[in-house]
Design a protein around this ligand. Structure first.
Ligand SMILES: Nc1nc(=O)c2c([nH]1)NC[C@@H]1CN(c3ccc(C(=O)N[C@@H](CCC(=O)O)C(=O)O)cc3)CN21
Ligand SMILES: O=c1ccn([C@H]2C[C@H](O)[C@@H](COP(=O)(O)O)O2)c(=O)[nH]1
Length: 283
């Protein structure tokens, strides 16, 4: 939580205004932030200075792991966060590759689990990583990437958190996640939870101990219409104690995640938070 608040404060103190052509809005921006979550020690990185919709964040990551490419599937899992990008962005609505209502195109898990090979066919990166880690193998390239420069024009949005690299030291699993672009008031609430969750769940299904997760952000920004709420409301609040995150121990495999797991399999104990803040969302 302190890392999050420090980054928000740094953007306000040191950020530069950058005009963004895609959204038509200006963002107060800094380059490079490195956050660390000690998953082994159970330090769940949840924002307490406003209500955080952490289950939505987990639903997003579950959808990526399942390779979903449709906002309706994300809604069925428990989050509406892809509705606007799938259905309200004019450039995507005009895109000939859009397959209709709720289609998100070739992004995130839809490409990550079905990554096209230049010599034909596709690769399921996640299946390979789970199989390797389960056998205790770290080939120094256990990378789950969503970034395919040749497919970006076929997606509603380029992936923001685009690479997850797993490593083993003995039987402890580590994760380095990289994010190219970060909406700190809205997106980062979710992305911190997602990085923690990804390491915790991958350790559980591969039979490893979770270590630390390292989250690198390149472009970290606050949109101009979010600035006042962040500076004058959220940053004036005192953080509260962090809650404990619990995963149903019956989840033991990638197949379990793909088939029967729901948001009821995840719980928080002792989540205390300040009043919700409704930050404006930019499509
Ligand atoms: N501008 C922007 N910021 C993002 O963070 C973002 C995108 N676009 N597009 C793709 C995904 C979708 N994500 C989203 C979308 C919406 C919320 C959002 O509205 N959050 C509210 C309410 C959440 C809820 O009720 O479930 C929040 O207060 O956190 C958060 C992340 C993260 N990503
Ligand atoms: O997981 C996510 C997904 C998206 N975002 C934010 C970051 C940016 O504000 C927008 C994407 O716009 P681009 O023009 O493609 O950079 O969505 C996020 O923070 N986290």
């Amino acid at each position: 939580m302190k890392q999050y608040l420090d980054l928000c404060r740094r953007i306000i103190d040191e950020g530069e205004w950058v005009a963004n052509e895609r959204t038509g809005k200006r963002c107060l921006t800094v380059i490079n932030a490195d956050l660390t979550y000690d998953v082994g020690a159970g330090e769940f990185p949840l924002v307490t200075t406003r209500k955080s919709y952490w289950k939505s964040a987990i639903a997003e990551m579950m959808g990526y792991l399942r390779g979903y490419d449709n906002a309706a599937d994300f809604r069925a899992l428990g989050t509406k966060t892809w509705d606007a990008n799938a259905n309200e962005n004019q450039a995507w609505l005009n895109n000939p590759y859009r397959k209709g209502e709720d289609d998100m195109g070739l992004c995130y898990g839809a490409i990550g689990r079905n990554f096209p090979k230049p010599d034909g066919g596709t690769i399921d990166q996640l299946r390979q990583i789970v199989d390797d880690l389960s056998k205790g193998v770290d080939n120094r390239g256990e990378i789950f990437t969503f970034y395919h420069p040749g497919a970006l024009h076929m997606a509603c949005l380029r992936p923001c958190m685009y690479s997850h690299h797993f490593s083993l030291l003995g039987d402890t699993l580590y994760l380095n996640s990289t994010q190219r672009s970060c909406d700190v008031p809205l997106g980062l609430n979710f992305n911190m939870v997602q990085v923690y969750f990804l390491l915790a769940i991958m350790a559980q299904i591969t039979g490893k101990k979770p270590g630390k997760a390292y989250h690198k952000i390149v472009n970290a920004h606050i949109y101009e219409d979010q600035l006042e709420l962040m500076r004058d409301v959220q940053l004036k609040r005192e953080p509260l104690a962090v809650p404990t995150f619990k995963i149903n121990p019956a989840i033991k495999s990638l197949e379990d995640l793909e088939t029967w797991v729901t948001l009821d399999d995840f719980e928080l104990e002792g989540y205390e938070f300040h009043d919700p803040i409704a930050y404006p969302f930019t499509v």
